[in-house]
Design a protein around this ligand. Structure first.
Ligand SMILES: [Zn+2]
Length: 306
């Protein structure tokens, strides 16, 4: 099918929408004007930083099955962190960056997340203004970044994170200003079907790849956690956004895999084909891009962007 007629069919899909789709330019939704703007930005940046502290705590505690309500401990030796080191940024600033138990420094990841989250939150505030939509998208961003970290560090996307996230996303579908509930729920269903199909295919395909590469495959790169993440991403990006989110995930994962192969071959003089990389971070990337920029990207695609 030529790309232009693909664009037409997406347009056709959207035409049936009973409520119609209003792609308001982001500038129209901004609420801030005058002196309250800087106060809003400051407050929401602070909320973003607290969200970053929470993400780091959850990413350290949840994979070890420890209680989220318990005080933060060192993930390496389990010694309680002094309260000044609950935040990695404050820990670094107050000279408490070394664990008293094992001498491990506060992870760089914690610093990066605490600096990144205020930027993400302020970016969302700039785009949507104070609204229920802003609250939902901020919460969804926290989920996406948390699963990115646990998948990168432990190859884990945990049900304890994804089940509540999916429940919230189903409820949030009725308050999403970019999507109708019908499109959001259909997106969730598409996410489930696509990712479950990939989950079923992953085992035989990776065994075949292993046989071709003449080595034992010990880890399947695609777990059931990826399926739950797919449902969540479908719910927050809707139909047809979920297709674009999956496409972005596939392309970025392919690009990253190729880059890793080249870097390993050049630097380590080692050729290791088909080594497993976690897909969660790429799904989360596709989900985030389509959650925020979905309306513009779909509009651009319908207008014959390719
Ligand atoms: Zn320690």
């Amino acid at each position: 099918m030529p790309l232009s007629s693909l664009g037409d069919s997406v347009g056709e899909m959207l035409k049936d929408e009973p409520h119609g789709i209003v792609y308001a330019p982001p500038f129209d939704v901004k609420i801030w004007s005058g002196p309250s703007m800087s106060v809003q930005v400051l407050c929401y940046a602070l909320v973003g930083w607290l969200a970053g502290v929470f993400i780091n705590h959850a990413a350290d505690a949840l994979p070890q099955r420890s209680d989220l309500g318990a005080a933060p401990t060192c993930p390496r030796c389990g010694v309680l962190r002094p309260s000044a080191a609950w935040s990695a940024v404050i820990g670094h600033l107050t000279g408490r960056r070394i664990c008293l138990g094992c001498g491990a420094p506060l992870p760089i990841r914690s610093v990066v997340v605490e600096l990144l989250m205020p930027l993400v939150f302020v970016g969302l505030l700039w785009r949507y203004g104070l609204s229920i939509h802003l609250g939902l998208l901020s919460l969804y961003s926290v989920v996406l970044i948390l699963v990115t970290i646990t998948d990168l560090e432990h190859h884990l996307i945990q049900h304890v994170v994804m089940v509540p996230a999916i429940v919230i996303a189903i409820g949030g579908a009725f308050f999403n200003q970019d999507l109708t509930p019908r499109r959001a729920l259909l997106g969730g269903a598409v996410g489930l079907v696509c990712l479950y199909a990939m989950f079923l295919l992953a085992q035989p395909v990776s065994m075949l790849m292993g046989r071709l590469a003449r080595r034992q495959v010990t880890e399947v790169p695609f777990g059931f956690g990826d399926v739950t993440l797919g449902v969540f991403i479908g719910l927050i990006t809707g139909l047809p956004g979920v297709f674009f989110a999956l496409l972005i995930a596939l392309l970025s994962a392919g690009l990253a895999a190729a880059l890793i192969l080249v870097v390993r071959a050049v630097i380590q003089h080692r050729y290791t084909p088909f080594s497993a990389i976690p897909y969660g971070p790429f799904l989360a990337l596709g989900g985030f891009i389509m959650m925020v920029y979905g309306p513009e990207i779909i509009q651009w695609y319908i207008a014959g962007g390719f």
